[in-house]
Write a protein of this length. Structure first.
Length: 140
């Protein structure tokens, strides 16, 4: 009887166990909310955020590993490999970044996620979110 109860409990627990879905490695992410496609020389305004050490080493949509010390960024629709100038109008600070990931997700007002290095260049680390203007410099 004891053995039958143990077996029943084991099967019940095994049936309730969480199974992880398939692991995606380096697969491009799809944009969640549409943004206008930007041609070379085009501009876009909105808010920038940044992401750092907690995602270091994770694969980006381009397949490369995220390195917070590189001047990279995530954008929802620009082709991966696009170079963008990000300007902060309130300070005049500018940084050139390469798009290697998808995002930001959440608020549609947020148009770009910057690496920590890029955020440092714009002096926005402490603020977290700042208004910026993007200019497409070079598309792949």
């Amino acid at each position: 009887m004891r053995r039958a109860c143990s077996l029943a409990v084991s099967l019940l627990v095994a049936g309730c166990a969480h199974r992880a879905g398939p692991v995606r490695s380096g697969a491009p992410h799809r944009a969640v909310s549409p943004q206008p496609r930007l041609a070379s020389g085009a501009t876009q305004s909105g808010y920038a955020t940044w992401y750092g050490a907690s995602l270091a080493g994770h694969r980006t949509a381009s397949g490369e590993r995220f390195n917070p010390s590189q001047l990279t960024a995530a954008h929802r629709t620009l082709p991966l490999g696009t170079w963008v100038d990000v300007r902060r109008p309130d300070t005049g600070g500018t940084v050139r970044v390469r798009i290697n990931d998808r995002g930001p997700y959440g608020s549609p007002d947020r148009i770009i996620d910057l690496s920590r290095a890029a955020a440092n260049e714009l002096q926005m680390v402490q603020a977290g979110v700042v208004f910026v203007e993007l200019s497409v410099v070079e598309r792949p």
